[in-house]
Design a protein around this ligand. Structure first.
Ligand code: DC
Length: 228
């Protein structure tokens, strides 16, 4: 924050899986000197820790309890961030395909969303943030000064995810990645609580034919115009 009494500046970036949110949110946060808040990592951590404790992904009571007390820390590590949940480094494990599905499932549980809401708001109470997820501009930070809805066609999103997986040494079949992604989109957009949708005042950007640099330049111009 620039002065002791200034209201933190929040940049909200929502959109479906594979639209490029993480890449541009991280880059934008670096450029602006803001904190990067990866809210998907919170849902992923709940899914992973639940799996380790043998709590089923539809056990609303125990999942709600877990989300309320879960200790998730984003620790700076060079240029990157490590995610530490309940004292263990889960950075790699939360990216497994199985946990992507688990995160999407636990994120439909209202008690989980309520538990994680407090964590997200605490971060932006003390610092300017670039937050990315599904309900950032609609539910978590409805008063965010700059909101974006980042989209891309499903083939492009699945192709990016397939390349990411290959780069991480986990080759996957494009058709499987596409099917998994479409199922996840349907669940994230169709759930009753905080579904994925564009906030009315969000600027929509289609990244299908744009590089991350071009998307960031567009966002940066909007943020600067709004005083960020
Ligand atoms: O962005 P991601 O792929 O890491 O998110 C994993 C899942 O978490 C996603 O399928 C839906 C859920 N999620 C959510 O419901 N709300 C958010 N703000 C962020 C993620």
């Amino acid at each position: 924050m620039t002065s002791a009494n200034a209201v933190p500046f929040v940049v909200a970036i929502d959109g479906p899986a594979g639209a490029g949110k993480s890449t541009v949110a991280r880059g934008l946060a670096t450029r602006l000197g803001y904190t990067f808040l990866d809210t998907g990592a919170l849902y992923r951590s709940v899914a992973l820790i639940a799996q380790r404790r043998r709590i089923p992904w539809d056990d609303t009571v125990h999942l709600g309890e877990l989300a309320r007390v879960l200790d998730v820390v984003f620790a700076k590590d060079g240029d990157g961030t490590r995610v530490v949940a309940d004292g263990s480094d889960v950075t790699q494990d939360i990216r497994q395909a199985e946990i992507s599905e688990g995160a999407s499932r636990v994120s439909a549980v209202p008690e989980v969303r309520a538990g994680l809401l407090a964590i997200q708001r605490r971060v932006a109470a003390r610092a300017n943030v670039v937050a990315e997820g599904r309900d950032i501009g609609t539910v978590v930070f409805p008063a965010a000064q700059a909101k974006f809805f980042l989209v891309a066609n499903s083939e492009t999103r699945a192709r990016r995810r397939t390349l990411e997986l290959a780069a991480a040494g986990k080759p996957a079949i494009f058709a499987d990645v596409l099917a998994e992604m479409l199922a996840r989109d349907a669940r994230d957009s169709g759930r009753a609580v905080a579904p994925l949708r564009r906030a009315e005042d969000a600027v929509e950007i289609d990244s299908s034919l744009l590089t991350p640099e071009e998307v960031m330049a567009h966002m940066l111009a909007v943020v600067r115009a709004r005083g960020g």
